[in-house]
Ligand binder design. Structure first.
Ligand code: DX5
Ligand code: ZN
Length: 225
């Protein structure tokens, strides 16, 4: 049940990752998310170059968007994302997140995402220090902290993430207090409280939602934590 007595605390967002959904019946999976307390739908695009896995491209994103009643939170794990920003916008992306490690001219990429009318995010891999975001933090709408090495769902959460959340929170406090701080990888019932306490305000969850006996209830649990 919705926590009706949770006055005063900014509620966090839940963005279930479609990567772990049943691809043979994506329409049903998207309709399940429509009925749930999910705020966004996290869409993981992998190119087999930036990460050692290939997921899907534009036709699948378009198909998801056809049925989605929630904003698509598109996470690009691809090299040279600049080449495809317009097409992802066309495919239905409300937000586009690119990897710090994949962008030579990150400032330009961020500006382009914003010009397209999308929420602009930058993601950092587990080995990338938060300090490198110093000169981009004021320009982005979201920082995505990878809490696993990108490429696959269902991996083990990396504990060093808590420290990085606190660092992003501190870095954004004066320069971008409205920043979305999204955590991606290994998020579940066991770490949600600590993640929120550290300063996360958007939770991505793949395996813990889609492998649950009741995915709608799993989403509610993350949302009402
Ligand atoms: C990993 C992806 C994640 C992944 C999360 O490269 O970016 O979004 O789907 O899945 P879980 O929650 O299963 O770790
Ligand atoms: Zn992701």
């Amino acid at each position: 049940m919705e926590n009706l007595f949770n006055f005063g605390r900014m509620s966090h967002l839940v963005s279930p990752s479609i990567l772990t959904a049943n691809f043979a019946n994506l329409q049903a999976e998207v309709e399940m998310l429509n009925q749930s307390q999910a705020d966004w739908i996290h869409v993981d695009v992998m190119d087999g170059v930036f990460v050692p896995n290939i997921s899907f491209g534009f036709p699948v994103v378009k198909s998801i968007n056809k049925y989605a009643q929630k904003p698509l939170d598109v996470h690009l794990m691809i090299v040279e994302p600049d080449r495809y920003l317009e097409e992802f916008k066309e495919a239905g992306a409300a937000g586009i997140t690119v990897h710090y490690e994949a962008c030579t001219h990150l400032n330009r990429t961020i500006q382009k995402i914003k010009e397209l009318g999308c929420r602009a995010g930058v993601a950092i891999n587990p080995h990338t220090p938060v300090a490198l975001l110093e000169d981009v933090i004021a320009d982005v709408d979201m920082v995505l902290i990878m809490s696993v090495n990108p490429g696959f769902g269902g991996q083990k959460f990396i504990q060093n993430t808590y420290k990085k959340i606190r660092e992003v929170k501190q870095l954004s406090a004066t320069r971008n207090p409205g920043l979305y701080i999204e955590i991606d990888g290994g998020v579940d019932q066991n770490n949600v409280a600590e993640l929120l306490q550290a300063g996360a305000n958007v939770l991505v969850a793949g395996n813990s939602v889609f492998s649950a006996a009741n995915p709608v209830a799993a989403i509610s649990q993350l949302k009402n934590s």
